[in-house]
Design a binder for this molecule. Structure first.
Ligand SMILES: Nc1ncnc2c1ncn2[C@@H]1O[C@H](COP(=O)(O)OP(=O)(O)OP(=O)(O)O)[C@@H](O)[C@H]1O
Ligand SMILES: [Mg+2]
Length: 409
């Protein structure tokens, strides 16, 4: 595995950077012929993996699998175990319990440089004494036997092309923008042809616009090279926009794994709904739990109904639950106007705050009985309605199909 460790002082730069390709000896696991790309579509698998650091339980008995060639993200707040999970895949950490498989092969105990994996660390700074081409070719030059100069140069050119930096070979790292440095770091990792690329918050240092551009480039690159990408991020927008699948983590555990739409539309509990996108939550006691929807009494005279998300455990009457409604599914109109007849819930309120966000506007509406509710009004609706100002009396509402009933956990 080659080391993309940036904060490397030159003394540390001797850290071994080796060919990322040596294969792990094939094993047969649970009846599957391991490492067979046709028969084994799973690239990375955790089986009951736990990692303790003394008293600290960083990863708590997790199971997941990532398909070959997928773009998977670990999403969660600081300290939830994202980096540790990545380091367990890379081999920088060994599990306290459980098994890690790559390409069907058990890799526990296999050192990082013998895994077909490459990791790009968050602080990706490049070797400052080397130009772009030498940075990218570093991994190849460490190989034994060392490839011919012309072969290395050809591969470096290929990589420069891939990360859209042709003509940058002779530049020094300080002559590059943040996004360009990021791309050099990626090229440096990809030249080793890993079958898995691990990315730990690779875009955290970039501004919003550059970040967006790099997200698109990373996605394109992943499709072009067809290898498995595992990204760690605490930015839900980034995870949603880039991933085929996402694992939402909390306290060392995976709360839910799914594709972006699945997680957004059918979060299994309040935590996931809160982490993926924005939601209004109305907590209370479950009064009736049906096959498809659940009624939750949220105050003395209000009971709300919400759909049961697909795959979620049914709530039980008497249990605590929460109704979640996404702000973009809430309608807002001037109080007194004859509107909203098609909505199931209608409530009067007063605009407390208006946040203009360009393509849409967020309104915080103080209601009588349901507290403050966030509503998101798209630009074209605002333009035709004229918009609202703080202090305006409004009505808001939603359809029951827009509401989800969730575990309040
Ligand atoms: N080498 C270590 N020794 C002791 N505790 C550790 C070590 N590495 C991580 N931890 C602890 O394990 C937990 C998970 O850490 P981890 O770095 O995986 O979090 P993270 O999700 O990547 O967070 P962040 O978003 O802040 O990077 C934290 O409580 C952390 O303090
Ligand atoms: Mg981390």
């Amino acid at each position: 595995m080659s080391i993309e460790r940036s904060a490397l002082g030159s003394s540390q730069m001797t850290e071994r950077i080796l060919d990322a390709r040596p294969s792990v000896p094939g094993t047969v696991s649970e009846g599957r012929v391991a490492g067979d790309p046709v028969r084994d579509p799973v690239d990375i698998e955790f089986i009951g993996v736990t990692k303790r650091f003394g008293e600290i339980l960083a990863v708590d008995d997790i199971d997941f699998s990532i398909e070959r060639g997928a773009f998977h993200s670990f999403l969660g707040p600081s300290g939830c175990g994202k980096t540790t999970s990545l380091r367990l895949i890379a081999g920088f950490e060994q599990p306290t319990a459980g098994n890690v498989l790559i390409g069907g092969n058990a890799v526990v105990g296999v050192p990082p440089h013998k895994r077909p994996v490459n990791m790009v660390f968050q602080n990706y700074a490049l070797f400052p004494h080397l130009n772009v081409a030498d940075n990218i070719g570093y991994g190849l030059r460490q190989r034994s036997p060392r490839p011919a100069k012309a072969d290395i140069a050809a591969r470096v050119d290929e990589m420069l092309e891939l990360v859209r930096l042709p003509g940058f070979a002779k530049r020094r790292s300080w002559e590059l923008s943040g996004g360009q440095q990021q791309r050099v770091a990626l090229a440096r990792a990809l030249i080793n042809r890993p079958t898995v690329l691990l990315l730990d918050e690779p875009l955290a240092a970039l501004d919003r616009k550059l970040r967006r551009e790099m997200q698109i480039e990373l996605q394109t690159l992943q499709r072009e090279v067809g290898i498995t990408f595992v990204l760690v991020t605490h930015d839900q927008e980034e995870a949603l926009s880039m991933s085929d699948s996402i694992s939402v983590m909390r306290d060392g555990r995976i709360e839910q794994t799914g594709n972006p739409e699945g997680l957004y539309d059918a979060p299994l509990n309040r935590y996931v709904a809160d982490f993926i996108g924005k939601s209004n939550f109305f907590a209370g006691e479950v009064v009736e739990a049906g096959q498809d929807s659940t009624f939750i009494k949220v105050n003395a005279d209000k009971t709300l109904r919400g759909r049961n998300p697909k795959g979620a455990e049914r709530l039980a009457a008497g249990e605590r639950g929460v109704i979640a409604v996404r702000p973009e599914l809430i309608h807002v109109w001037p109080l007194g106007r004859d509107a909203g007849a098609e909505l199931d819930v209608r409530i009067a309120g007063c605009v407390k705050n208006r946040i203009f966000l360009g393509e849409h506007t967020e309104y915080l509406v103080e209601t009588r009985g349901l507290g403050d509710i966030l509503a998101l009004v798209p630009k074209h609706v605002e333009t035709s309605e004229g918009g609202f100002s703080p202090g305006d009396e409004v009505s808001i509402g939603w359809r029951n199909t827009a509401a989800l009933s969730l575990k309040d956990a």
